[in-house]
Ligand binder design. Sequence first.
Ligand code: DCP
Ligand code: MG
Length: 368
Amino acid sequence: METSSNIQRRKIIHIDMDAFYASVEQRDNPELRGKALAVGGSPEGRGGVVATASYEARKFGVRSAMPSKQALQLCPEIIFVRPRFAVYKEVSQGIREIFRRYTDLIEPLSLDEAYLDVTKDKLGIGSAIDIAKQIKQAIKDELQLTASAGVSINKFVAKIASDMNKPDGLTFIGPSTIESFMEKLPVEKFFGVGKVTAEKMKKMGLFTGADLKTLPEDDMHRHFGKAGRFYYQICRGIDVREVQPNRETKSIGAEDTFAYDLTEIDEMYIELDKISKTVCNRLEHHGLKGRTITLKIKYSDFKQITRNHSMAQPVDDLPTVSETAKKLLLATEPDGKRIRLLGVTLSNFGEIAPKQRRVDHPDQLFLF
Ligand code: DCP
Ligand code: MG
């Protein structure tokens, strides 16, 4: 068992690249610098969603996962660029090499994001803030990109910190300020609190960390199940999760709990399309394709079932994922049943095949 003094001594850095895909595109295509840019998606009529937007496009309100049609309405001069996952993967390996100079305790969360435990850094620097500065500088010098860093004594606070001064930020939240910081944090920012839980909390009059702290641990457990015990700790700034260097992503999924039970097959299909879209975005984000597609259904009586199907080849495309999920749903004879949750997960991963071409000249840019 870890003692609390051990936990206090941890030095955790969370690094997250700024506007990752878009910054890589601007780095490699000088003509795109300073321009409003969306990676992924396509102009009106061709569908698709934005993977990420450059900071110039964000000023117009363009965001990740926004339909491209909406992005175009908000920002008519936006340029859509086809993603080059092989390049993003290469950059990702580059930043991990930089991290490894300081520590082997690296837990990547996606291509552009990782936790580092630098409690005992390889170079004996000692100061986590100095290490974060050096890492940011190395990323600038060697990869011509910027990253934001959060430094704290645990994973949750470090992750919140890295997001506070984007882009090119470095934020330190030390032990003496954690509690007051957590008290001001809105509930939806707490780790593990999704849309539905946040709504439930707000209905209970819980809006911030300070509100969460008023609930005894048993009440938290009663209202929010096992996660409640975690919320109890995290709103006090306590997060004992270790940085897990060898954690491999074994599955990627998404699910949604509905405000009303679904009874119509058409509604179920619409929700499966949305959930599949999120899953496909996440697969791209991680550079992964999966062979097994699993559908999870929770009925209004909380009974839960899963059904899966394995493909001959790994897939990551929306039509295949959503069609397979719909077939799995149909096989459960959903007509007349009341469904409160649907989820889609891909597992059984293979490497993604590099499918995109390099854009060497702006004329070659895919304006699709
Ligand atoms: N991504 C995606 N679909 C999403 C979210 C993200 O394809 N719904 C991809 C594109 C991003 C990359 O993952 O560039 C990293 O995601 P982040 O959430 O870290 O977003 P960015 O790095 O683009 O921007 P920020 O500066 O806010 O971190
Ligand atoms: Mg990022």
